[in-house]
Design a protein around this ligand. Structure first.
Ligand code: SAH
Length: 241
């Protein structure tokens, strides 16, 4: 029996017998790039309904339809973890979003800090990277990537029951533990290439829900720091345990 390998995110309800219309891009990808045709099997997920196997019913150049057969995996949501990061150069920002989706962030929030170099992001492109990452890593959940937000504003409206892992390069080398802080809703904050300003550091350190953390004795680039922080958090408080 053929096994389905290609995974596709669709914005459509999934259930046995459902017919899923394909967009032009999806048809191009499935039939043009991946050389699939009528009768072939693919795996689908929509971010909330788990993973389903579907059969190609019609394959065309500009569209096609899939017919949903049966559920192959239940829905699995990541822990309630946000990643806040200051956008850097395009390729490195793309990398951060891709890795955050793979590592199990529930929400990805680009933030503008005092020393953030980039004032604009392409939210739609970043969201597409998160979708692709979920497709390739076997996930059934796609983290939302929000528009760029000012760190200042975000902290003013902060939900008090959400703890903040504040990755502070000024603590490089100092020991700091997360475990003591307990589970529940969390966010990780990674600064820009220029680091945090003294005013930001003072404000962040004074917040009752913030936990200043060191990521070891070396200063990491922001993209490395994001992956390192997600690993540390997942290991101590997340779904790796
Ligand atoms: N230019 C700054 C470094 C910025 S590194 C300097 O030279 O001091 C980018 C971001 O990665 C930092 O804002 C911080 O959030 C994180 N980071 C990098 N290394 C870190 C470390 N050893 N401990 C904690 N956070 C770190």
């Amino acid at each position: 029996m053929k096994t389905a390998k290609i995974r596709l995110y669709v914005e459509h309800p999934l259930g046995q017998g459902q017919t899923i219309p394909l967009s032009r891009d999806q048809a191009h990808y499935l039939f043009g790039v991946m050389r699939q045709g009528a009768g072939d099997l693919v795996l689908l997920f929509n971010g909330t309904g788990g993973e389903w196997r579907a059969r190609v019913a019609e394959a065309g150049k500009r569209g096609g339809t899939l017919e949903v057969q049966e559920q192959t995996a239940p829905q699995r949501d990541p822990p309630d973890l946000w990643l806040l990061f200051a956008p850097i150069k395009k390729a490195r920002t793309d990398f951060i979003v891709e890795k955050a989706a793979e590592m199990g962030a529930a929400r990805i929030i680009p933030v503008q800090t005092e020393f953030t170099n980039s004032e604009r992001i392409r939210q739609d492109r970043l969201q597409a990277h998160a979708v692709e990452a979920a497709e390739q890593c076997g996930g059934t959940y796609v983290p939302e990537v929000t528009d760029l937000q000012k760190l200042d504003t975000l902290l003013s409206d902060w939900p008090e029951d959400r703890q903040l892992m504040f990755c502070d390069e000024a603590l490089a080398g100092a020991g700091a533990t997360l475990r003591a802080a307990g589970g529940g809703a969390w966010a990780i904050l990674i600064g820009p290439e220029g680091g945090f300003s003294e005013a930001e550091r003072a404000r962040l350190s004074a917040l009752p829900y913030a936990h200043p953390v060191s990521l070891g004795p070396r200063i990491l680039r922001a993209d490395t720091a994001a992956v390192a922080a997600l690993s540390v958090w997942q290991q101590a408080l997340g779904d790796w345990a």
